[in-house]
Design a protein around this ligand. Structure first.
Ligand code: 13P
Length: 369
């Protein structure tokens, strides 16, 4: 409701604060760059490591992250930001240099996962909200001092006959907006992530419809909370059919559905859209991003990647916890990063038939992070 005293009389941010936020967001999504999501929680790392027979210890997590972060000059050409998990923000490489410094020295922006995971919304069909608002301002202030300039918060929605409910849409939109507001007050660019899970047998149209409803609610909430859109990034799912849908769609169809949904709901003021990979194979995630950047519709935002699984699956497979595999694993990561950098410009010319390791589905039912 508009009241007599308009909120512009109580500005949320100074022009210096706005400039800082907008500059950070632009640096992360410079042309041909995207985000490495390396913020898997300790529990998620257990799942990643169990697949390759590696024990989930702090030292193994450090060794694995080091392999991703030590990337040579090729990394800074295609990676604009790296999302850390709390533990990683305070770890060092073998050389004694903090991981934060290693990343910043490449000119890459450091980000931090600040949500504390999903919890059930009682009385719904298994829907969730995301917790972590308590003490968030203090944590953001500390993370900013410790080198982080952007943050991530993941909300989760699921498609079934009766979901997402309007309660889940509203609650998650509001919690994302509250998080975004707190981040911006502390000089941190919020990545707003309302992930719609690929679980289910719904078709492409249904995913597009739900994505539009969810994003519309998110941008209404961000406006209500006076969030400065130029100083934000959106991390959505691509619009794809459910994992168990019998119909298969081309990357051009996925791109058209995705860009159409975004155009209907995401203001052009938003600096960038950084898609999650959501269980797509490495190749699929690259091919779909490339198609999105060739979609014949006006696209006023940077459209790039913020991939976890689709940047790391091959690297993990090659590494398998063995020192002698570190360099080869680092190469696998850089290879995917470069491919996605090209896809972010619509310039990826793929030759693969999708049958190699990069073509393997990375789908996990009801994925947690
Ligand atoms: P995926 O790319 O593996 O879906 O994960 C990205 C992410 O950060 C989810 O929050």
């Amino acid at each position: 409701m508009l009241t007599k005293k308009m909120t512009h009389q109580y500005p949320a941010l100074s022009s210096d604060q706005k400039k800082e936020l907008s500059d950070i967001a632009h640096r992360i999504v410079e042309k041909g760059k995207g985000i490495l999501a390396a913020d898997e929680s300790v529990g998620s790392m257990a799942k990643r490591f169990s697949g390759i027979g590696v024990e989930n210890t702090e030292e193994n997590r450090r060794l694995y992250r080091q392999l991703l972060f030590k990337g040579d000059d090729r990394m800074k050409k295609c990676i604009g930001g790296v999302i850390f998990f709390h533990e990683t923000l305070y770890q060092q490489g073998d050389c004694g240099t903090n991981f934060v410094k290693m990343i910043k020295d490449k000119g890459i922006v450091v980000g931090i996962k600040v949500d504390k995971g999903v919890v059930p919304l009682a009385g719904t069909d298994g829907e969730t909200t995301t917790q972590g608002l308590d003490g968030l301002a203090e944590r953001c202030a500390q993370y900013k001092k410790d080198g982080a300039d952007f943050a991530k918060w993941r909300s989760v929605l699921k498609i079934s006959e009766n979901t997402p409910s309007s309660l889940a849409i509203m609650e998650n939109a509001n919690v994302l907006a509250r998080y975004a507001s707190i981040c911006q007050q502390n000089g941190i660019v919020p990545i707003v992530e309302p992930e719609i899970l690929p679980d289910g047998d719904h078709d492409l149209k249904r995913c597009q419809y739900v994505t539009e409803k969810v994003l519309a609610a998110v941008y209404k909430a961000l406006s209500d909370h006076h969030v400065y859109l130029e100083g934000t990034l959106l991390k959505p799912n691509m619009v794809t059919a459910g994992h168990a849908c019998p119909n298969k769609y081309t990357s051009e169809e996925i791109a058209m559905a995705t860009v159409t949904a975004l155009r209907r709901t995401v203001p052009p003021a938003v600096t960038g859209v950084t898609f999650l990979s959501g269980g797509q194979s490495e190749e699929e995630a690259s091919i779909n991003l490339n198609a999105i950047n060739n979609c014949p519709l006006l696209r006023p935002w940077a459209l790039t990647f913020s991939y976890g699984r689709a940047l790391q699956a091959s690297a993990l497979n090659v590494w398998r916890g063995q020192k002698e595999n570190e360099d080869a694993a680092a190469e696998e990561f850089l290879k995917r990063a470069e491919v996605n950098g090209l896809a972010a410009c619509g310039l990826y010319e793929h030759s693969s038939d999708g049958s190699g390791a990069a073509g393997q589905s990375l789908y996990v039912a009801n994925h947690a992070y």
